[in-house]
Structure formats: C-alpha cells, structure tokens
Ligand binder design. Structure first.
Ligand code: TGC
Ligand code: FAD
Length: 397
C-alpha cells in the first residue's frame, strides 16, 4: 500500500536505476560515516583535508561521469546523487569535489589532447593529483569575458607561453597540483585554457595564497592564483577550444551537479528541523511540531525539495541523451539554489536561539547556501540567461 514518505514524497527513487541507487547508497554511507564526524571541527578551524579527495577516489566517486581514464562512466543522475550525498554533509566538501570532478577533470576530458587526458585523468580520479579551475578575476566575476589574464609566447623559452594575471576566489587553488587557467592569447585576444602544473613553475612565477576568514564554505579551501610571467608549455594548452565556450562548457556539468547538491543540504536542514520541532516543547508542553506555522515551514521546504529533485533528474536524463541546453541547467541551478537558501533560512527559525550554536548544523548550511547561490553564476545572472532565451533580448549590459 502506498504511503507518504516525507523523505521522498514524490518517490524520486523510483526513477533511478539499480546502478544509480547503489552508487547513491555507497556515497551516502561514506559521507555519513566518514565525512560527517569531522565537518564541525573542520568548519571551526577553516580547514580542508585533501585526504577527503583521496578517500573519494578510492570509492570511484571522482570524475564519476567520465568514461575511461580510470573513471566510472556513470550517468549524470548518478553523478548528481553523489553531489547530493556529499552536500548533505557540507557544501564546502561538495565544492572541493565538484572542482576536481566537473571543472578540472571535466575540462581536460572535454577539451584536452589524448596525451593530456592520459597524463592527468587517472591520477586525478584517484584524488592523488588535485585540480583547480581559474576563471574569476578580482575585477571580473559575472563578466569573465572581460578577463585581463594574458598568455604571450614566452620571450626566452621556445615552445612555452608566459602567463600573467590574477584569479581570485578559486576553490582548491592553494592545494592544487594542476590549475586549469583561462587567459586571453595576446596574439588573438581569444580566451584559451592552460593546464598550469605547479611543480614546473619556477619560484616567483606562481603563487596561490589562501583567502582566510570566510563567512561560509569554511570546510573548503579557497584562494587566489597569481601568475607573473609563469612559463607554461604550449603542449599544456587545450588545442581546439577558444572563447567563453570552453569554460562555460565545463560549468554546464558543475552547475548541474550543484542543482542536485544543494537539495542534499536542504534535506539535512529538513531532517534536523523536523527532529527539533518534535522534541522541543513550548506552551503547555506542546512540541513545536504541533503548531501550524511550524508545519507550514516544513511543508514548504519538503515540497520545494521534492519538486527540485524531479526537475534535476529530468535535466540529467536529457543531458545524457544529448538533448539538454544550457538554459535548462540555468533553470535548475537557479531554482534549486534559491529554494535551498530560502527554505534553510526559514527552517533555521525553528531552532530559536539554539540555531546560533554550530552544533545544530543549520547555521552552517545557511552560510554555505549563500555561496552556492553566488558562484557558478549568481542567481540573478541565471535569471538574465533565462530572460534572454525567453525574450531574445540580452539584458547584461
Ligand atoms: P555569451 O555571449 O552569452 O557567450 C559567449 C560564448 O560562450 C558560449 N556559451 C556557452 N557554451 C556552452 N555552455 C554554456 N553554458 C554557454 N554559455 C555561453 C556562447 O554560445 C558563446 O559562444 P560563441 O562561440 O558564440 O562565442 O557571453 P557573455 O559574455 O554575454 O556572457 C554572459 C553571461 C552572464 C551568461 C556569462 O558571462 C556568465 O554565465 N557569467 C557567470 C560567470 C560564472 O558562472 N562564473 C563561474 C566561475 S567558476 C565557479 O564559480 C566555480 S565555483 C566551484 C565550486 O567551488 O563548486
Ligand atoms: P559580481 O560579478 O561583482 O556581482 C555582484 C552582484 O551584482 C551579484 O549579485 C550579481 O548577480 C550582480 N550583477 C552583476 N552583473 C549584473 C548585471 N549585468 N545585471 C544584474 N545584476 C548583475 N570562481 C572560479 O573561477 N573558480 C572557482 O573555483 C571559484 N570558487 C569560488 C568559491 C567561493 C567560496 C566563492 C565565494 C566564489 C568562487 N568563485 C570561483 C567565484 C564566483 O564564480 C564569483 O564570485 C561569481 O561568479 C560572482 O562574481 P563576483 O563575486 O565578482 O560578483
């Protein structure tokens, strides 16, 4: 007999294959048993342990949607279920993984030469070689097309480019071995992708200082990429892709992953708020859960989470059939990030003063979800991408 399941009210699990369910369970078990116990201290100390990526690599959870090169080759929906499980613990842990899997490995897989793929992907899949993705600059965030980073033919080293410029707010940059940097080729003015290997950069040409004292995403590591005539072999440039199509193609996968990931964070907020509302008593010994205003907060959050999940699954299926367009991804990224942030802020109220203690976890999710609404295209930017597609009129500038 069918029954209402508040944890899966529209039965999204019925839409998953056996393999997707198994991957989801493996990721869920790892995240709850190994990640959750360390997140509170990591967040307090603003510390990211790179061993997490190695542990995920051992379970085949990195670059999981990539076919070959030591990667699992699973469906987009399975990949999204991994992000959901990780983000149920913390958006920062999901960030570290998304950058490794979708942005760095995904970029190399989509645009790299065969030699680049063989050289980087297997070690990155194991989490032994760490990646970062440098698009945003201090003066150019929403508008990366105006970037100032530049690549010139190296004046003394034949077969090398010389990269100069600065990237900021770059997840994983302080710990990355290989940094996928987008810069304009001096000769053409066109944006190109370069794989900058830290070990090969002479002293003083590359630095990646951490950005400290963040208000959110404290369990991930974020930094700058500062390049001062940094020599990069021409063989480390992506050969064929030029223009914003390169970085934005990588962003399609990462934005899709976020659309499902943030619902993991929202699920955690719902479960914690429900438990708290059932246990906490106010006014004549009644649990908070008895009050209609509290029930509405839970009903809104559970509904948005269920609707968002179905929409993300549909976009994932279309993506694997080659029928997804970037606007669909903008739609689910924007909608689910906004819904997760809005609902988590409302659910936080159920905890009253206790929400201020980090041991209740909800404040950490709220702070993190602000960031997810901002990076990979702030929600208003996605509104403009959708508005352009709806009206045919561009409203960015
Ligand atoms: P626009 O004229 O729209 O496009 C320029 C060229 O790019 C192509 N393109 C895409 N290609 C593939 N996928 C997409 N999603 C694409 N979007 C655009 C487009 O077809 C065109 O190609 P071509 O061949 O005609 O030249 O460019 P615009 O300069 O007007 O762009 C405007 C806008 C606002 C859409 C864009 O700049 C934008 O999306 N801004 C947001 C910036 C952003 O998302 N940054 C993300 C940085 S990375 C990050 O945040 C990682 S956080 C990781 C973590 O920790 O999880
Ligand atoms: P701005 O572009 O200055 O925008 C500020 C506000 O103005 C936003 O609300 C925006 O929506 C609005 N706005 C801008 N233009 C318009 C317009 N035309 N019309 C209406 N409103 C507009 N980047 C990377 O490249 N790699 C990473 O790994 C990475 N990781 C990150 C990790 C963290 C923790 C954070 C906080 C950011 C990260 N980013 C990364 C950067 C992120 O992508 C940018 O912060 C984001 O794209 C917004 O750019 P901005 O911060 O410069 O804001």
């Amino acid at each position: 007999k069918a029954a209402f399941d508040w944890q899966d009210p529209l039965a999204f699990r019925n839409l998953l294959t056996e393999e997707e369910l198994a991957i989801s369970e493996t990721a869920e078990r790892y995240c709850q048993e190994r990640m959750l116990p360390r997140v509170l201290q990591a967040y307090r100390d603003e510390h990211y342990d790179p061993k997490i990526l190695q542990e995920m690599g051992e379970l085949g959870l990195l670059g999981a949607s990539i076919d070959g090169y030591g990667c699992a080759g699973v469906s987009s929906v399975a990949g999204a279920m991994i992000t959901r499980a990780v983000e149920r613990v913390d958006s920062g842990y999901r960030s570290g993984m998304s950058v490794q899997s979708s942005l760095a490995m995904g970029g190399i897989y989509e645009f790299g030469t065969e030699e680049q793929k063989e050289r980087f992907l297997p070690e990155m899949a194991k989490g032994k070689l760490l990646g970062a993705f440098g698009l945003t600059e201090p003066n150019h965030g929403s508008d990366p097309g105006s970037m100032e980073s530049v690549a010139r033919p190296h004046p003394t080293k034949k077969g090398y480019y010389s990269l100069s410029g600065a990237k900021t707010w770059i997840t994983n940059s302080p710990i990355a071995d290989v940094l996928l940097v987008w810069a304009k080729l001096k000769e053409t003015g066109k944006i190109r992708g370069f794989l900058v290997e830290r070990k090969d950069c002479p002293t003083g040409t590359l630095s990646t200082p951490a950005i400290k004292d963040k208000n959110g995403l404290r369990a991930s590591i974020t930094g700058m990429i500062q390049m001062d005539d940094c020599p990069v072999p021409a063989a480390n440039m992506f050969p064929d892709v030029e223009g914003l199509k390169g970085p934005f193609s990588c962003l399609n996968s990462a934005r899709y992953g976020i659309s499902m990931g943030v619902l993991g964070a929202l699920e955690d907020c719902i479960a914690r708020a429900r438990t708290y509302a059932l246990e906490r008593k106010q006014f004549k010994g009644n649990p908070l859960a008895k009050y209609q205003l509290v029930q509405k907060k839970l009903a809104d959050a559970v509904t948005d989470c269920a609707f968002g999940t179905l929409a993300s699954i549909q976009v994932g299926r279309l993506k694997d059939e080659g029928k997804a367009v970037p606007e669909m991804i903008s739609m689910v990224k924007r909608q689910n990030c906004d819904a997760a942030l809005r609902n988590s802020r409302v659910l936080q109220e159920i905890f009253g003063g206790n929400a201020v203690s980090d041991e209740y976890h909800i404040g950490r999710h709220v702070a993190n979800l602000y960031v997810t609404q901002t990076y990979e295209g702030q929600s208003d930017i996605h509104s403009l991408i959708l508005g352009r597609a709806i009206t045919g009129v561009q409203a960015f500038c």
